[in-house]
Structure formats: C-alpha cells, structure tokens
Design a protein. Sequence first.
Length: 464
Amino acid sequence: KVEGGSSSDAASKVAYITMMQVRAYIIHSSNEALAMACTIAIRYSAIRRQGYNGDAEKKRDTNAPNEFQVLDYRQQQYRLLPLLAASYAIFFTGKHVLARLKDIENQLVSGASTITKTVVGDIHATTSALKSYATTFTADGIEDCRKACGGHGFLVCSGLVELSNTYLQSCTVEGDNQMLPQQVVKVLLKLVAAVQSGDESLLKEYEMTDMNYLVDPLKALMEKGGDVPTKSTFAFPSDATAKDFMDIPTLLAAFQHRSACLLLDVAMQLQSSMGTSSAQQAWNDALLAMARASRAHASYLLLRDFFNGLRDEEQKGKGSCLGPEEVTVLSQCLTLLALYWMDKFLQDFLQIQCLSSSHIPLMREALLGAMTTLRPSAVGLCDARDFSDFRLKSALGKYDGDVYPAIMEAARRDPLNTEAGEGGVGLGYEESLKRLIVGGVGEYHASVGGSKEKQGVSGTMSRL
C-alpha cells in the first residue's frame, strides 16, 4: 500500500522498486570491482621497486634494498589509497541501500505499514545518485589502477584490461550516468520546496529518508539570506589547524553543507532563469549545476554510510567481525577519502565559503598525514578482501608476490608463442607481415597501367 497522490501515480512509483533493486546491486558490486583493481595495483606497487633510496644505502649492513617501493611515492599513494578507501565506503553504502530496499519490499508484501511517495521518491533519488557517482568513480578508478602499474598494466595478464572491459557497461545500464542526476535533483527540489513552505507536517515525511540530512542546513540557509544566499552556515574557523581536518564529524558536516548549498544553488538558478527564458531552456542551462548537486549528495551518502557502518560494528562488540584495530584502520580510510574528495572538488567548498584559501595548505597537510598513516595497512586492506588468484586472473596481483616469473609464464602461454604456421613461422606472418617485407628490404611495388612502378620508400620503412 502506497499513500499519497493518485492510485495510478502511486502504482508507477511502486514499479520503480525492481529497477531500483538492480541499481542497488550495481552499486554494491562496484565495491568488489574497485577492490579487485586496487588489490592488483597495490600489491604490484609494493613489489615493484624504482628509484635510488639513499636512506637504504646507509643501512647496507642490514641488507636493505636500495630502491624505493613504488607505493612509497606520494603520487602513487594519492592515486591508489583513496580508491582503496572508496571500495570500503561503497561496500557499506551498498549494504545500507540493499537493506532499505528489502525493508520497503517486505512492507509492501506484508501490508503491515504504508509506504509514502516521499519514501519511494527518496530511495529512487538515492539509488540514482549513487549508481551515477559510484559507477563513474569505479570505472575511472579501475583505469587509474591500470595506469598506476605502468606498461605492465597494459598487459592482458595484468587482469586489469579484462576487469575494465567487463565493468564499463555499468556506467550505461539502468540509467546513463550523465542523465541520472536530473532524476536526483527532481526529487531533491521537492524537499527544497517543502523546507521553503515551512510546513512541519510535510517535513515530517522526510524524517526516515536519506535526504533528511538536508533539512537543517537548508533551513539555516533560507533563514540567513544575505547577499550570498548559498554561503554555507558552516565553515572551518580562521584559526583552524591540520588536526581539525582529521576530525570525521567535522568533515561530514562540511560535506553535508556542501550538498545543501549546491542544491539551493540549482533551485535559485532555475528560478532566476525561468524569469527570462522558457522552463525547458532554464532546465537545460542548470544541468551542470545539477550534476554537481547530485555528486555532492552521493559523496555525502557514501561517507555517512561508511561512518554509520563502522559505528554499528563497534556497537556489536564481540558479535562484530571487526575488532578495534580493524575499525581504527577503516576510520583512517574514511578520513582519507573525505580529504581526497575535498581536495578533488575544492572549488565546491571554496564556492560556498566553507573553506578559505588559507585553509588549503592545512587540508593538504592533513591529507598527507592520512596517507602516511594508512600506508602500512594498504596491502593488508587488500588481502582482507580475500580475492583468490583464480578470481583476480592477474600476474601482477598474485598473493605470493612472485610477479615477474608469472609475467614470463603468461608470455609463454600466449598463442603467438605456442602456435606456429607452416615451417614453424609465427602466426600472422604469412597473412600480414610477409606482404610488408618484400625481399627483406621493406619495399612495396604497386601495379600502375599494367607495369610495376616502385612506390614508397625502400629500406626499413614499410608501406604503412
């Protein structure tokens, strides 16, 4: 039973449940795809050594290697560690979304309680925002992991090529990622209207929704007014230190207010544009702002659900599969991910004046500290996902770290090295290469007017 609106409209909302379940499974599966890519890239980066390490040279008596592990380079940590942290964030968020959908499904089947249009619209906005953001982030993350492995990442035996090609369809199925933000904002704008109306009975419907976190910041923004209505009512103090940027509740507050400010920015842009142009043109002009608002909404949900998931595990005590040490390390992942996204989308926080330019060095100092703290746990966090070598199908991400013999063995198994044509010549020579190497001098002769005329350049260059 769904309440609110006409019966046909309510029924159409119920029909979304199946589609939203598929989106939820796509979101949840993204955590595994990203974690597999991180496992391959981080294990390889821990094995691969490159660059002279002067400190190790001083410790020759301990037989310390005199080259850096690639994972010790800051740019490699910046590329990989936030992706690893994000895989855990998507895991906890996927669990939360699937649990919510299961609860709604059980209520619909049992008829024990009513499901309002507001609740159905909220889960639609949640799955749309997360599907769009999580799959885009994961697809880009898998590609970054491949690039982080250098030339070896381009090998088929790296496992990353197949993983990327298999996952890429997730960005398009069940709603194209560039279109879904519109669906998200359509729902969120109703919340803006509800807050603006001041109707507390209407706002009460949002209490059990994912977007309820927007109510208080939106109220504060509308009450404040001023020359810059979208200026955040939360800001880091002028005397902030790097330690302030390591506090998880403070970071969550910053992301919460960012989402509210960017959503109000969309509403104000639409209202302003419709005064001078058609509604269709105003909507079209606001699409970029909608994408930013949807991204902000999704990133807050990911961080919040990660935080709530860890808190729930802590409260279970001995019944939890996570001990205090694991919760501590995963909290470090949460901090790093929040700082990474703050650095990545710095313009959003500067726009709403949550941060000032003087805060940027402090935030980046905290980011550097978060990477330093998480670095010793990086390989362990990958191993904790328990992906078998059979599943990874990667010479670079082998559990035993025996990478280079595995690459050589993969080369030996390649059909080009195991199969041959007539006379023992490699496959493809007769069909392709022989025509390009006439007499071994790389010449090509074409028939012109019944006679052969020499064309092109002889020597080492082919006609290609």
